[in-house]
Design a protein around this ligand. Structure first.
Ligand code: UT7
Length: 321
């Protein structure tokens, strides 16, 4: 018995900010951002919230899957930028879409969040703990960026992507690989509030994203090809059997390096980072939704997916569409 993605949806904030727009407010240029990252523009939230975008993506995914909110009995949101510490984003989505029968919770695996959610939902479905799962990757990263740090803030965007999953007789998820390396967590971090109570008085300073870009780059171009290769082998397939690689959208140079190491043509690695930037947990489901709506994904096709980032964390999956 496999686990199948039966519908996808996504939502991006209305406001588009181009590289030229950023160059008006900081010392950067379209030339630097485009050549180093492949990013041309990103959507940034004004009135949009993480839960609001998640609910909008969820509604589209449910419509695409042909299920109603009443059918959903599990909601998992991968996010590091929920609107509240509690309630969770998943509980806010549950309320917004009226999925009264669902168990709902968030997970934090940064850019691997959607992929971790996929594996958790797979386990729930396969044990019979749920029948129809809604998994979401959603971020309002712009609120945790240091807009004075041009080396990080230009890379990221806001948005949400969702998928509906059910058990299937054939195909679906064929193999999964997942890992974490907490010892290297400091290369991509964002501090939360610190202890502040009658015993410890500290200023309430909220943290912003801090990244050692070159370390993250090295981690990505080594770990992702290894993880993908393991997963493809575990699925009993070869790299050449994979129709598409739907990878976390961090940097075009990372995608090119992965393609080179796997010896596959870049056309098999669809791109959304040019118009979305890096949206952490939302990257993979937004890309998947774009591929789905463009009609790229046909039944029986093999898709390898991979997320990687803060934690450090990574996760790959091979699925038969
Ligand atoms: O989900 C995972 C998220 N993280 C990633 O994907 C990050 C992976 N890493 C990268 O993509 C790259 O390391 C970056 C795109 C972040 C940076 O590229 P780089 O080639 O490693 O550049 P760098 O940090 O070595 O900086 C080169 C130069 C520096 O100037 P000097 O010291 O050579 O004069 C920077 O100050 O580029 C400068 N620079 C900029 N210039 C214009 C840094 N950011 C900018 C900017 N605009 N936005």
């Amino acid at each position: 018995m496999g686990t199948k993605i039966i519908g996808t949806g996504s939502c991006l904030p209305e406001t588009i900010v181009t590289n030229d727009d950023l160059a008006k407010i900081m010392d950067t240029s379209d030339e630097w951002i485009s050549t180093r990252t492949g990013i041309k523009e990103r959507h940034l939230a004004k009135d949009e919230t993480t839960a609001g975008m998640s609910a909008a993506a969820a509604r589209k995914a449910m419509e695409n899957a042909g299920v109603t909110a009443q059918d959903i009995d599990l909601i998992i949101v991968g996010t590091v930028t929920a609107d509240h510490i509690t309630p969770s984003c998943a509980c806010e989505v549950q309320a917004a879409i009226g999925a009264d029968n669902a168990v709902a919770f968030d997970i934090n695996a940064a850019c691997s969040g959607f992929m971790f959610a996929l594996n958790i939902a797979h386990a729930y479905l396969q044990t019979g703990a749920c029948k129809t799962a809604l998994i979401i990757g959603a971020e309002t990263l712009s609120k945790i960026m240091d807009w004075d740090d041009r080396s990080t803030c230009v890379l990221f965007g806001d948005g949400a992507g969702a998928a509906v999953l059910q058990k299937s007789d054939r195909g679906g998820l064929l193999a999964f690989d997942q890992g974490s390396d907490g010892a290297k967590g400091s290369v991509l971090s964002c501090a939360d509030r610190t202890n502040n109570n009658p015993l410890v008085k500290t200023p309430r300073e909220l943290g912003y994203v801090h990244m050692d870009g070159q370390e993250v780059y090295r981690f990505a171009v080594t770990t992702v090809p290894q993880s993908l290769t393991r997963t493809i082998e575990a699925a009993g397939l070869s790299v050449q059997d994979i129709d598409y690689f739907a990878l976390h959208q961090a940097n075009i140079r990372i995608l090119q390096a992965v393609a080179k190491r796997l010896k596959v043509s870049e056309e098999r690695l669809p791109v959304s980072l040019d118009h979305c930037g890096n949206i952490s947990a939302a990257s993979v489901p937004i890309l998947l939704d774009e591929m789905n709506r463009k009609g790229l994904l046909k039944p029986g096709m093999k898709v390898a997916m991979s997320g990687f980032g803060g934690g450090l964390t990574w996760a790959s999956a091979v699925l038969e569409w």
